[in-house]
Design a protein around this ligand. Structure first.
Ligand code: F6P
Ligand code: MG
Length: 473
């Protein structure tokens, strides 16, 4: 290693592994991987393919969606709407060109409350580069650039006022819900059968049902529209029918820890006023959201929790992520469904919201560029809020990437280490693997998978139920 490389390595370790113990070999391996990403995304990496193929396809679909709504903009806003639509299309097409030609990332200009946060982040990225280099699509960290693209989509609309609230992914999300109707019916029917008997359940039965519904929520994460670049990815079959056959694909299963925590909380409740709070950091709307709502309802009905706090996105994000509009729309559609079990669930869920048993939050941090280990500084209020929880579920792949900083960790590095101090409360990730990162595996497990299935980290075929935290808060 040359002197210059050695200095870069030291600097890099300081930025990335602040106070985290990691062996010299692992540091070196991580450094090499990061350099590959920094100087040019490796041509066969999943990150490279995402930026080269998937992101431009998503932007093309966004342009189509705006274009197809021209009549609506005209009806609602007259000629002003049409002009806004044209300018938004221009900005989205320009953004696609910036991605495809690896143009430098630009500061945001739309005046939303998170502009400074994003622009400061960009400056930090710039500070890490030589003077003649600039953060850009194929050279900067994948996680950052991918998040930045969704924020730029919002900017394209935000700069053209009548369009601020237009969700370019709305149709795809709606379609994904509709396409999953049979699976939703099967799940709701099963769930309502449980609720009829739940009062007489012994702990072993409660545990078995919790495990089942957590697995449904885990595999529901296969249905995201970012991995499919906006193509339909709905759940077409009964999710309960495949759970048994999917068990070998759960690479880390910390369900026992989750169960111990919840049942001990329930047993140790000292008074009626002590409240067991569970938070769910949501991911995709459509079928996955319904699985999360069923899990949330089960936690309340079984008295394993008294209140559920949901966390969604404040702008359209990674195509299918849940916004407040999606959340409300889903509850409404469930309630209005022409199927008894679906509409019963919809009515119960609306009641939960009205009674304050279910509380929906959004916070700009979730649609920012930061990893979660930065939350206590960058979004202190959110961190304090999460500290009130007994258990936080983090749904999906992107949340996992942000929990672990999207680093190329050794497979056997512990989840706690990869979280780098992010521990507002006990937490559990329910995630199907759709990005090349995984921690907490047994020695040799990752290497074996490398041999048996070259796409194990990115295909969504595998999943984890991964826990961090003490049993007792
Ligand atoms: O575009 C790829 C990606 O960032 C992957 O990491 C992941 O497949 C997807 O987007 C988001 O997945 P999820 O909806 O599970 O967070
Ligand atoms: Mg998502």
């Amino acid at each position: 290693m040359t002197f210059l490389e050695d200095c870069k390595l030291r600097r890099w370790i300081q930025w990335n592994f602040n106070n985290v113990y990691i062996s010299k070999t692992a540091q070196l391996r991580a450094f090499c991987n990061a350099c590959r990403l920094r100087h040019c995304l490796h041509h066969r990496s999943f990150a490279y393919i995402t930026v080269r193929d998937r992101l431009p396809r998503i932007l093309t679909k966004a342009v189509d969606s705006v274009h197809r709504h021209m009549d609506t903009f005209f009806e609602e806003h007259g000629q002003e709407g049409v002009e806004a639509e044209k300018r938004a299309i221009y900005l989205l097409a320009k953004l696609r060109n910036e991605v495809q030609t690896d143009k430098p990332a630009l500061p945001l200009t739309d005046g939303l409350p998170d502009v400074d946060l994003w622009n400061e982040y960009l400056e930090q990225q710039q500070a890490r580069l030589d003077k003649d280099e600039h953060p850009s699509w194929f050279k900067s960290p994948w996680l950052y650039m991918e998040c930045y693209m969704y924020r730029r989509i919002q900017e394209s609309l935000q700069l053209n006022p009548p369009m601020c609230d237009f969700d370019v992914f709305n149709e795809a999300k709606t379609q994904s819900f509709v396409g999953s109707q049979q699976a939703i019916i099967a799940l709701c029917t099963y769930f309502l059968e449980i609720t009829k008997k739940i009062e007489g359940f012994k702990d072993t039965q409660l545990k078995a049902e919790l495990l089942l519904l957590m697995q449904v929520a885990l595999w529901g994460n296969k249905c995201d529209l970012s991995i499919s670049a906006g193509q339909d990815n709905s759940q077409s079959f009964n999710p309960l029918a495949t759970l048994e056959s999917l068990k070998p694909f759960i690479l880390v299963d910390d369900f026992e820890c989750v169960w111990e925590l919840l049942i001990n909380n329930k047993k140790n409740k000292t008074s009626e006023t002590t409240c067991a709070r569970i938070d769910i950091v949501l991911d995709n709307s459509g079928f996955e959201l319904v699985t999360d709502l069923v899990l949330a309802d089960f936690l309340i009905t079984s008295q394993l929790a008294d209140v559920i706090h949901f966390h969604g996105k404040s702008i359209p994000w990674f195509v299918s992520d849940t916004t407040k509009k999606d959340f409300d729309w889903t509850l409404k559609k469930m309630k209005e469904a022409n199927h008894m079990q679906m509409s019963t669930c919809g009515m119960m869920w609306e009641k939960n919201v009205k009674q304050g048993i279910w509380i929906y939050h959004d916070h700009l941090f979730w649609t920012g560029p930061h990893e979660f280990c930065d939350m206590s500084v960058v979004a202190h209020d959110l961190y304090i809020e999460l500290q009130k929880s007994n258990l936080i579920f983090f749904k999906g792949d992107l949340n996992y990437r942000k929990l672990t900083g999207d680093r190329k960790w050794n497979y056997t590095v512990s989840f706690d280490t990869a979280l780098r101090g992010f521990q507002p409360a006990a937490l559990c990730s329910l995630r199907t693997l759709k990005a090349d990162i995984q921690v907490g595996l047994k020695p040799g497990q990752g290497e074996q998978l490398d041999v048996s299935d070259s796409e194990w980290m990115t295909s969504g075929r595998y999943g984890v139920i991964q826990f961090s935290g003490a049993y007792q808060k």
